[in-house]
Design a protein around this ligand. Structure first.
Ligand SMILES: [Zn+2]
Length: 460
């Protein structure tokens, strides 16, 4: 009998880097000798971990922007990762991959129908990539509230992962799983990562020759019979943040029997060990900001310098989103569509599983004229861009004059341009006015300047 179980979970994710108008990633000189950071991190992390079989033995989630890029630009690595997950599924009838809300939105900050959309799109994307239903879902930045957990549970998700500082209760059962009772009477399982152990690996990683000593120092004393230890960290730790990471991960995965622990994955462990104890969740908490999500709302000490731009940018995006929604709902209702159900299903078009007219036919809209079909599909695509504006990366860093906030503004421009063509309503003036309040402490530009620049490029 194993003394102790160990699971290592990797959160594999990259922010969207492509030009929103061309779809290509501009050359990133700081990623040299590679053309951009996606290429460099693939060479340092994704490719070696896939080649050495590490994805077969860890638990992981693969963000949508990264998965799409790998699929198009590093297909051998992408296929190895997908095959690893499918093999785990074939052996155990349970996968080791977790789904992820598709645009990495901080869900507690989103409205209910957008939470539902992100969760449904994330599940549908997972099903499309891995060929089966996901059992678990990774929450972006582990940001959590009860409404999000209720939606996960309602959509068939059985578990998620939180960090030990995000829960209240007795953690004697190690990583759990624990049961969390939800306000609507349902429940969901939570695995709790060991923050100190996870950080010990992420920031104090040993060299490959010293993995045995590290295991004795960090894992052995934490092992308790029949309990699970959970390390959860950014997947890029293994080879990118820590150059020796892929090799060290491989050695930890191989060392299990010799050190008295047994490797497992989360879905498998949950099936064998249903939750016994209960925990409460600390709402509006996240693993990467302990200021009640202020990192993505008002700014906080997590980023250096003046961060009031974050609130101003969120207001500009929220106002635009509200206007886009109003026009979409008005037009969808006029054409006899059920707007949010149709939007939730639109991910099949985004993933290339069906074309737009087929989706509308499936939603009893075959009576629409060619002109009406074009208009409704343009408004659905505008909703897709509107969802992209809220990627957590938009608000994560220290200044609005950098790639990630520009990407959000560019997606706003895409959404309002599509809407303008479809309905004749022009939202550009109000959006630009709101962006004037967003000031860069670095360049003194306002986001309205960024808007003008992006708009002129879009017109080219
Ligand atoms: Zn913070």
């Amino acid at each position: 009998m194993a003394d102790c179980y160990l699971c290592i979970h990797g959160h594999f994710y990259q922010p969207p880097r492509m030009d929103p108008f061309t779809g290509h990633i501009p050359r990133e000189s700081d990623a040299a000798p590679y053309a951009n950071w996606n290429e460099r991190i693939t060479a340092e992390c994704y490719a070696p971990n896939a080649a050495s079989g590490n994805f077969e033995h860890i638990s992981f989630n693969l963000g949508g922007t990264l998965a799409r890029w790998l699929d198009e630009h590093a297909s051998a690595t992408y296929e190895r990762i997908v095959a690893a997950e499918r093999e785990h599924w074939q052996i155990h009838s349970i996968g080791n991959g977790l789904a992820q809300p598709v645009h990495h939105t901080i869900l507690p900050l989103a409205r209910r129908r957008d939470k539902i959309c992100q969760v449904r799109w994330g599940i549908a994307s997972f099903r499309c990539r891995f060929g089966h239903e996901p059992l678990g879902m990774w929450l972006p930045e582990m940001a959590v509230d009860y409404e999000t957990l209720e939606i996960l549970s309602a959509e068939g998700i059985r578990f998620t992962i939180l960090s030990d500082e995000q829960v209240r209760g007795n953690l004697e059962a190690g990583a759990g799983p624990y049961q969390v009772r939800l306000p609507n009477g349902e429940n969901i399982a939570i695995f709790v990562r060991d923050r100190h152990l996870s950080n010990a690996l992420s920031f104090g990683m040993p060299g490959p020759a010293h993995v045995g000593d590290w295991i004795r120092e960090q894992i052995t004393w934490r092992c308790q019979q029949g309990r699970l230890l959970l390390i959860a960290t950014d997947g890029e730790t293994f080879g990118h943040h820590q150059r020796q990471g892929a090799e060290v991960l491989g050695r930890i995965l191989e060392a299990d029997k010799a050190f008295g622990y047994e490797l497992t994955t989360l879905g498998l462990y949950l099936r064998q060990n249903p939750p016994q104890a209960e925990l409460e969740v600390i709402e509006n908490s996240a693993w990467s900001c302990n200021h009640r999500l202020a990192r993505w709302v008002t700014g906080c000490d997590c980023t250096p310098g003046e961060s009031r731009w974050k609130g101003a940018l969120r207001r500009a995006l929220d106002n635009l989103a509200c206007d886009l929604d109003h026009l979409y709902v008005r037009e969808a209702a006029r054409l006899g569509a059920t707007p949010w159900r149709l939007r939730d299903a639109y991910i099949a078009v985004v993933m290339g599983q069906m074309d737009g007219p087929t989706l509308l036919t499936e939603h009893d809209l075959s009576h629409l004229s060619r002109e009406e079909i074009k208009r409704l599909l343009a408004l659905l695509e505008a909703q897709h861009h509107r969802q992209r504006m809220y990627a957590s990366c938009t608000f994560f860093f220290e200044d609005p004059d950098r790639l990630e906030p520009c990407y959000a503004i560019a997606n706003g421009i895409r959404a309002l341009t599509l809407t303008h063509h479809a309905t004749g309503d022009d939202l550009s003036h109000s959006f630009r006015r709101d962006l004037e309040s967003v000031v860069s402490g670095k360049s003194n530009l306002t986001a309205a300047d960024i808007f003008d620049d992006l708009l002129s490029r879009a017109q080219v």
